[in-house]
Design a protein around this ligand. Structure first.
Ligand SMILES: [Zn+2]
Length: 298
């Protein structure tokens, strides 16, 4: 069974890039007679903006994207138990260690990887006790991790060279995105992950964790990021883009994804556009690019 998902962080309203991802994941799920689930990624409390979740959901509804089943929340108490269980399992495999290095100290690590400094393993041999005031790191290996991204093609990463031993739980006792997302996808029986290419580099870490926990491998598809002047859309630069009319927004998202155009759709309802787009959806038309520049819409 195809199960796709959209997992926004309620840090603000959806910008065009997130809308593109929502549309792509919805259409691909529906084209494959699958389910499309929503998860609110609200683990990192300081990032949450008041009212953002309601704004996001009403935006999704206005675009005619109908989710299946109940919305799942990372902040749900039962989730915390599941993350803890997963961490315990990894601890039992003897591939984790506690780390007491401050952020400031980590920034002095000389080697820089794809996601910031590569941890110098200073705490690896200290044998520190794991408690809620220390972060927990996962040991990585030099073995290449390979996967085939439906859009970006074959990818290979050596976690030791490019990432280093990474954090599963932070010293403020919050589980890392990398661990949480693997467990969340498993709990929602997700089979296909469609998201922005800013998360492409996280994929091998997630595959690595999933393998260690014995979870099924997912199919990944990373859509190009919408950029303005080379920068990912953010609160600051996305107000250059006016996104109020759901019809034009959908059509712009479909254009961005290089889907077949149809002039008749300009005056169609959102539901008609969605219906037409499911029928005509072709994932192979999505450009194999990490970024696409957009200017303001007409
Ligand atoms: Zn350390």
């Amino acid at each position: 069974m195809y199960i796709g998902r959209f997992a926004p962080t309620p840090s603000g309203p959806l910008h065009f890039g997130s809308i593109v991802t929502a549309v792509a994941s919805y259409l691909d799920a529906k084209k494959n007679n699958g389910l499309w689930k929503i998860r609110i990624d609200d683990l990192d409390k300081p990032r949450i903006a008041l009212g953002a979740e309601r704004q996001i959901l009403s935006r999704i509804e206005s675009l005619g994207l109908i989710w299946d089943g109940k919305i799942s929340y990372q902040s749900n108490e039962s989730k915390n138990q599941q993350y803890t269980q997963a961490l315990d399992k990894l601890n039992d495999l003897n591939i984790t260690y506690a780390c007491e290095c401050s952020r400031k100290k980590i920034l002095t690590n000389v080697l820089i990887g794809i996601d910031g400094p590569i941890y110098d393993k200073e705490c690896l041999t200290k044998n520190l006790q794991k408690n809620k005031h220390k972060s927990i790191r996962l040991k990585v290996t030099s073995q290449n991790i390979l996967f085939k991204d439906t859009i970006q093609g074959d990818l290979k990463q050596n976690l030791e060279k490019l990432v280093g031993d990474f954090i599963l739980k932070r010293s403020d006792n919050v589980f890392s995105y990398q661990l949480a997302v693997v467990i969340d996808d498993y709990l929602q029986s997700v089979s296909h992950v469609i998201r922005g290419s800013d998360l492409l580099n996280s994929t091998t870490r997630q595959i690595y964790i999933g393998n260690l926990l014995g979870l099924p491998l997912l199919q990944y598809m990373h859509v190009p990021l919408a950029c303005i002047d080379g920068k990912k859309l953010s609160k600051a630069n996305s107000n250059k883009i006016i996104l109020n009319n759901p019809n034009s927004l959908l059509i712009e998202a479909l254009k961005f994804l290089n889907q077949k155009q149809c002039d008749d759709l300009k005056d169609a309802t959102v539901n008609e556009i969605i219906k037409w787009s499911i029928l005509n959806w072709d994932i192979n038309r999505i450009p194999k690019k990490k970024k696409i520049e957009i200017s303001s819409f007409n």
